[in-house]
Design a protein around this ligand. Structure first.
Ligand code: MTE
Ligand code: MO
Length: 408
């Protein structure tokens, strides 16, 4: 009698390489999209010197970040299903078989650890539960993403033969036991005891050959992924708001029908924005430093644009904004037409009290210092007396309670 289990002691169909390959392939797709959209979000917020993001298409960030959150969310049940499918490999002996096997095994720690870290920190950030993170979310989430994707690439490289073989329908190794060495005899087909009908229908069932257990397991993982994506997408797709059971925020709940991340009270700006002596200062590389009252800003040419606020945390909502064009304000101060600018809030601390406008964003016709939201004066919580809004701009960069533009 064996004292320790071997991968072969776990003879459930759920541990077949084909199950792992199908789940792994789906995870490859969701992780891939999540990584790329994550890079987009990161470089939009902290562009390296060689990237000047265009301001168009206006809704690009909204779609990209929506995909980021959706694929990250979908990955959670897929990852747990995949881990369940492959955990018998834990008992593989010898621990290391050859160089490829060694590379594959060594990268499992950063791969599994990194994946769990990414999905957990992403999920709690969306839920705005920051306490379990004694580190700065964006920095950690960014660097661990590289580690995770790096080990994923090595993992797929090491597994490519197994993946291809277990996915090809006609392969004689289709029913290979978990972790059976490549040249060993595959154990008997356990589908045999499932009756003629199933065996007969085998060749037609394209994706998920054989046992109902396997098929049901994969279907459950996909259904769970789809289910939580659909019930959280209400935070960005209005038609789904009605079933947004798990959506942390809904697009039309909040003052003036828009959600708020940080209220005027939380930001500690209530006194400053109620001060009748409020000024918008335009300085830096200008001909004349401007100090404009709210009335003077209101007296400038007003423009309206329908633009979304797209928060990094996945919710987004579209609204009509009215105010002055940034480019008009910069021109009035005599700034160069291709000027860049920093935008500052009256808020004293807080990570989002300032943001940068690159030359394309600053020059765009729809980049506004908005005074109105859907035709009404901005609510205090939406940035009264004025807030930055612009096309293809992450929510965190739509600075509220703007009091200064510094031309760079
Ligand atoms: N000054 C300031 N502006 C800010 C923030 C902030 O904390 N302080 N939060 C940002 C974030 S994270 C988002 S998503 C949007 C939310 O905009 P809303 O409250 O108008 O919906 O405002 C942005 N502007
Ligand atoms: Mo945000």
């Amino acid at each position: 009698m064996k004292l320790a289990p071997t991968p072969e002691s776990f003879n459930s169909d759920l541990h077949r390489p084909r199950v792992a390959a199908i789940l792994g392939l789906s995870l490859g797709v969701t992780f891939g999209i999540c990584f790329l959209t994550g890079l987009i979000s990161h470089t939009l917020q902290r562009p390296p010197s060689w990237i000047t993001w265009p301001a168009r298409p206006a809704g690009f960030y909204r779609v990209s970040q929506g995909l980021h959150i959706a694929t990250g969310t979908a990955s959670i049940p897929l990852l747990f299903a995949k881990l369940w499918s492959v955990y018998p490999h834990f008992w593989t002996r010898p621990v290391v078989r050859n160089v490829t096997h060694f590379a594959e095994r060594v990268t499992l720690l950063p791969l599994v650890g990194g994946s769990l870290f990414m999905l957990f920190t992403g999920a709690i950030n969306v839920a705005r539960w920051y306490r379990p993170m004694p580190f700065f979310f964006t920095v950690a989430h960014y660097w661990v993403a590289w580690i995770t994707i790096g080990s994923l690439i090595i993992h797929v490289g090491a597994k490519v033969t197994t993946i291809r073989r277990s996915l090809s329908r006609r392969s004689p190794d289709l029913n290979e036991a978990p972790d059976a060495p490549e040249d060993s005899d595959a154990p008997e087909d356990s589908d045999a005891n499932e009756g003629e009908a199933l065996v007969g229908s085998r060749s037609q069932s394209a994706g998920l050959k054989g046992g109902l257990g396997r098929r049901g397991f994969i279907a459950t993982a996909f259904a769970t992924a789809a289910g939580i994506v659909v019930t959280t997408s209400g935070q960005t797709l209005r038609p789904l708001a009605g079933i947004g059971l798990l959506a942390p925020r809904l697009p039309d709940v909040g003052p003036q029908g828009l959600p708020v991340n940080r209220s005027a009270v939380e930001a500690g700006v209530t006194e400053a924005i109620a001060n009748p002596a409020w000024q918008l200062v335009v300085d830096g590389k200008v001909d004349t430093t401007l100090r404009l009252t709210i009335g003077e800003v209101q007296a400038m040419a007003q423009h309206s644009a329908t633009l979304p606020i797209a928060c990094v945390e996945g919710w987004s909502a579209s609204a009509s904004w009215t105010g002055v064009r940034i480019r008009d304000v910069l021109a009035a101060a005599g700034a160069a037409p291709d000027a860049e600018a920093m935008v500052y809030s009256v808020e004293r601390d807080g990570l989002y009290r300032q943001s940068r406008l690159n030359r394309l964003q600053a020059a765009d016709r729809d980049t506004l210092l908005a005074l109105k939201l859907n035709g009404e004066t901005l609510d205090d919580d939406h940035g009264y007396p004025m807030r930055l809004i612009g096309p293809n701009r992450p929510g965190v960069m739509c600075t509220k309670w703007v009091t200064r533009l510094e031309v760079l």
